[in-house]
Design a protein around this ligand. Structure first.
Ligand SMILES: Cc1cc2nc3c(=O)[nH]c(=O)nc-3n(C[C@H](O)[C@H](O)[C@H](O)COP(=O)(O)O)c2cc1C
Ligand code: SF4
Length: 429
């Protein structure tokens, strides 16, 4: 079911204007929190809402905030707007079309956790988004909502908008801090986790753009209201970015628990006429594929995990019978090889090796035993052998495709043109 909370009015109104946003109830949650609630009350409300992080792992937001140490050191909030997962574009839409909702969420989180300052790290390519968000920050500052003594309550907060260098790894929670501090975006060893030692060595909460945008509606309407939307353990809505072989690609905000079939067949307009579903990569290139037999799965963190896939950032790549699973694997391998930061041997060497083998399989130079070789590579890279999850991400789809479409990989060992493309050519003739 479509449920517009974060995207309400996004197409009909210019919500980049603070007057328009305020006329529709924007910044009321901030006023309510600062004037009638203590920071602890705001914190408890978010915790009670059961909000879970929208950046991929679905980690409970309140629980993350509660791990901040109370040792008097300055605390920082870092909003992750890197969004470099192929197929994910929900955060970009929020930043470009509803930036004040993000700003309001940041101010509320900063109040709840008593942050010294807040940073928004945007993907390097989000040039327009960075300008729009920076303009929203300035509008809010002019309205007395950012800076010193906000709304005369004694609460002060600065928001710094920072554009990254344009690398997928900069979305990883420790690499993002390295990059923000001006170094190359390489992951740090954990522990310490960011809430213990984050930006400039200080306790830091890292939250995704969509996660933080939910905080305003939660404070305005109450934790009970939010917790009652969708499944008990995965409440709220999720903006799903649907792309690929569907009639109406785009962002759709659905109530958690909505069947994937409804999203694809009703809201995204279904597959193109005459074509059949092959698979869906539900959380971008780094997720295990969902097969047509599982299309009725509920879109929430736990149900997606139960079918051995994930909701993640819900960047849904839809493939039909024209899409060769080996070709999809090759494109993914090329991406991960390019994006590997090179710190760990399995990821640095393995992604390159995987790309080379899949390239030759997909380009008519496959050799007997290549499928087994790729399976060995999957075992060699995956299974938490690397410093960060990029290594595992690079083989997640591949592993699932080898399980579901092994015959098609083996068919590519014979050399000659890709059998799927060749069959299509015959069909077209
Ligand atoms: C390689 C890699 C890339 C990631 N990219 C992003 C990203 O672009 N945006 C994001 O919010 N989280 C990304 N994450 C997850 C973050 O590390 C982190 O878990 C998230 O920002 C936490 O926010 P949340 O609790 O609100 O979900 C990535 C993780 C990895 C391993
Ligand atoms: S897993 Fe890959 S991206 Fe992550 S730290 Fe190791 S080499 Fe870098």
């Amino acid at each position: 079911m479509i449920r517009r909370i974060l995207t309400d009015g996004i197409d009909a109104f210019d919500l980049t204007r603070i007057d328009v946003f305020r006329a529709r109830g924007g910044y009321e949650a901030l006023g309510k929190a600062l004037k009638t609630m203590t920071p602890e009350e705001v914190f408890n409300e978010v915790k009670a809402s059961n909000l879970r992080g929208r950046g991929g792992a679905g980690f409970p937001t309140g629980l993350k905030w509660s791990t901040l140490p109370g040792d008097g050191r300055p605390r920082y909030l870092l909003i992750n707007g890197d969004e470099s997962e192929p197929g994910s574009f929900s955060g970009r839409m929020l930043i470009e079309k509803n930036p004040h909702m993000v700003v309001e969420g940041i101010l509320l989180a900063a109040y709840a956790c008593q942050m010294a300052a807040s940073f928004v790290y945007l993907r390097g390519e989000f040039y327009e988004g960075a300008e729009t968000l920076a303009a929203a920050v300035e509008q809010a500052r002019a309205a007395g909502l950012i800076g010193q003594n906000i709304l005369g309550t004694g609460f002060s907060q600065e928001i710094v908008v920072h554009r990254g260098g344009g690398a997928y790894i900069c979305g990883e929670e420790t690499a993002i801090m390295e990059s923000l501090e001006g170094r190359r975006g390489h992951p740090r060893v954990k522990p310490p986790f960011p809430t213990a030692a984050g930006v400039y060595g200080m306790p830091t909460v890292i939250n995704n753009v969509e996660t933080i945008a939910n905080v305003g509606p939660i404070i305005l309407n109450g934790a009970k209201w939010f917790a009652a939307i969708g499944p008990e353990k995965s409440p709220g809505t999720k903006i799903c970015s649907v792309s690929g072989r569907v009639a109406r690609p785009g962002n759709y905000e659905i109530e958690m628990g909505t069947p994937m079939r409804e999203l694809i067949e009703e809201h995204a307009g279904g597959l193109l006429p005459g074509h059949t579903l092959k698979m869906i990569l539900p959380a971008g290139a780094s997720s295990a594929c969902v097969l047509p037999k599982n299309l009725d799965v509920s879109l929430d963190f736990d149900s997606m995990g139960a079918i051995r896939s994930m909701l993640g950032s819900a960047g849904m790549l839809v493939c039909d019978e024209r899409d060769c699973p080996v070709h999809v694997a090759y494109l993914g391998a090329r991406f991960y090889h390019h994006e590997s930061c090179g710190k760990c041997t399995p990821c640095r060497e393995g992604t390159g090796w995987t790309e080379r083998v899949l390239y030759r399989m997909e380009h008519g130079q496959g050799r007997p035993g290549d499928t087994t070789l790729v399976e060995d590579l999957v075992r060699g890279i995956g299974g938490r052998k690397c410093l960060c999850l990029l290594g595992d991400f690079s083989v997640t789809y591949l592993q699932s495709a080898l399980g579901a479409f092994r015959d098609e990989f083996v068919a590519h060992e014979q050399g000659g043109p890709c059998p799927v493309s060749a069959a299509l050519e015959v069909a077209v003739r």
